[in-house]
Design a protein around this ligand. Structure first.
Ligand code: FMN
Length: 207
């Protein structure tokens, strides 16, 4: 039996989004009914700038060619905030999808998003909110997390994440790592996103 393929596509400077992605993938793989693959978008900053930012290297994660989005049934984008909106690297990725847009190649596919910010109110919700127009113009169906994780009701400690999608709070210097609760929310997003995709999935009949 064939399985739907879900691409997890990230951009990450220090690894916070990558750590969330690992939990997202754990959730996607939970039921063993989807094929989850991790990719990153291409870097656009010069190495000199990346060195000054002490950016981590993610050479082991393949860079996704935008035209290969067509190969997946659904996508979860991991997007760190920049001034409350998605990092330019993610925007550049979508700006290279004109060919797919012109043929309607992504219409009816599913997508969700998760994020990372330095501070609690630095863009957890707006980063995902301002990502949605890319999906709308392509005819892609946005799948929010909603309140499917009970963690999102808790005010016991500072946590990233919202009904828009999982999230972490990194601190301005990147010193805070995703907490256990944030990773739990990310895992739930993977699990529930897979369930949504599977509801609409029509297996390809064996030849
Ligand atoms: C140019 C720039 C702008 C940023 N803008 C914001 C912001 O508006 N709000 C915020 O909370 N964090 C902001 N950040 C912090 C990043 O979102 C944070 O470092 C990132 O989420 C960490 O995740 P990563 O390690 O996966 O890249 C900014 C970082 C940079 C480099």
């Amino acid at each position: 039996m064939s399985k739907p393929t879900i691409y997890v596509v990230i951009y990450s400077t220090w690894g916070h989004v990558k750590t969330l992605a690992d939990s997202i993938i754990k959730g996607l793989n939970d039921g063993g009914q989807v094929n989850a693959e991790l990719y990153r978008v291409a870097e656009t900053l010069p190495q000199e700038v990346l060195d000054k930012m002490h950016a981590a290297k993610f050479d082991d994660i393949p860079v996704l060619d935008p035209k290969d989005l067509v190969k997946a049934d659904a996508f979860l984008f991991g997007i760190p905030t920049r001034y409350g909106v998605p990092a330019a690297q993610v925007k550049a990725f979508w700006d290279a999808t004109g060919g797919l847009w012109s043929t309607g190649a992504l219409i009816g596919k599913y997508a969700g998003a998760f994020t990372s910010t330095a501070s609690q109110h630095g863009g957890q919700e707006t980063t995902i909110y301002t990502f949605i127009p890319h999906l709308v113009h392509h005819g892609i169906i946005f799948v929010p997390l909603g309140y499917q994780s009970k963690v999102l009701f808790s005010n016991e400690e500072v946590i990233g994440g919202s009904p828009w999608g999982a999230g972490t709070i990194a601190n301005g210097d990147g010193s805070r790592q995703p907490s256990a609760l944030e990773l739990e929310v990310a895992e739930t997003q993977g699990k529930t996103f897979a369930a949504t995709v599977l509801k609409a999935w029509k297996p390809v009949a064996a030849e």
